[in-house]
Design a protein around this ligand. Sequence first.
Ligand code: AMP
Ligand code: ZN
Length: 501
Amino acid sequence: MKLYEQYPVSLSNSLSGKKELFKPIIPGFVGMYVCGPTVYNNVHLGNTRTFLTFDIISRYFRFLGYKVRYVRNITDVGHLENDDDQGEDKIGKKARLEQLEPMEVVKKYTEDFHSVMRQFNILPPSIEPTATGHIVEQIEITKKLLDLGLAYEVNGSVYFDVKKYHQSHSYGILSGRNIEELIESGRDLDSQDEKRDKIDFALWKKASPSHIMRWPSPWGDGFPGWHIECTVMSTKYLGEQFDIHGGGMDLKFPHHECEIAQGTGANGKAPVHYWIHSNMLTVNGQKMSKSLGNSFLPSELFSGSHPMLQRGYTPMAVRFFMLQSHYSSTLDFSNEALQAAEKGYKKLSSALKTLRELSHPGTSMPDPSANESLESLVQTCYKEMSDDFNTAKTLAVLFEMASRINDMKSGNLPLSSLEVENFNSFANAYTGFMENVLGLKEESGSDEKLLDGTIGVLIGLRKKARADRNFALSDKIRDELKSIGIQLKDGKDGEITWSAE
Ligand code: AMP
Ligand code: ZN
């Protein structure tokens, strides 16, 4: 029996507003699309929370034995400053201000994004497509929507006709917004607007003569709207209908609502079975955002170089901090919470080290209740994660497991009382949930460990040279290490130790 059959996953589907049992379209396979960053700025800690949520979700599906195709795009064109299709393209504007080619802006911030993801041990997706790499497909679907009568062209731009779509489908099903209210509220169209209705949105925009990012199209030179890229890239790599679509809560409307309308309009069926939205990282209750001026960068967090930070924190302490709350709740940043997370992470990672050093001597005085209690902790780990990826509760179980590990080491829980099979299943679960599911990798002292190992190899070579009476080589190893500040000391018993000068 596969693990995913043993521990079925339930998840909060934003579409129904309920927790639902996950049923994949293809058995054993998960297709997941997550809106990636708009690469015109350094990613801040808030963005990182959203990508961490989907890292955990894809890791857990894989851990359960699913094959996962995880597509996360890079938005490198078409996201205007205002969701209302107003203003300048964010990337084009940055290029103009910094006097760079737009693709230089894109490269710079894509690299920053990747490096932040690596630091937090957020795994790369299976496919990372870019919007500019899919202009042809975006033009094709725009043509299709025009042919279907769901879009109209005005003066070189093409807009999606929301009212028309709503006649046969339902606009607003994801966000719960009511189309009449949307029409009544908000800004009225002014004389310069080309849209028939203010709730319509751009599929293709005409490029003004000064607009740098432009492509030829049947409607003249222009560039794609923001929402259409995700419809195109998710369909291309996951099909017209796929399992999971994710993103931050702030993308629910209009971005994801528009994606549903475009996909359903073009292909006649709803594109996504489960919509998952990750909640916001807040600062004093307010969404962390570059434009509100309350954001800081991961690099500032590591070094502590920001007025809001009392000191620096390591990437794993921050990862732990984020995992301590459920992805669907808001999470408020504070130094106190980070310091508590740092302690929590150290406790769990030191138990992992202890566990690695334990070796089972064979069972000689079996204690059924101790064995059962270990097994039940393993089961609870799976159950908590399968219950809507509850990392907070899984961490609570891992703390309980860590205290058992410490008892094993101290002898309060003798290893000889545990069945080997039980001990192994417990050890595999603890290691697997820590490293593979929660991605909490060992952090402290890894450089020292590497150095210690490397010098150990050289010490071994020196011992061998001496045994072979090759004193020239043995002295050379000692002297060259000394020249870089490493002192070898010969002990009485032939052991060699080292210290840094
Ligand atoms: P952007 O590059 O602005 O499109 O954002 C990239 C991702 O980060 C999107 O999924 C946003 O929903 C998400 N995001 C933005 N701000 C926050 C925040 N304060 N907390 C959590 N996620 C956020
Ligand atoms: Zn998107």
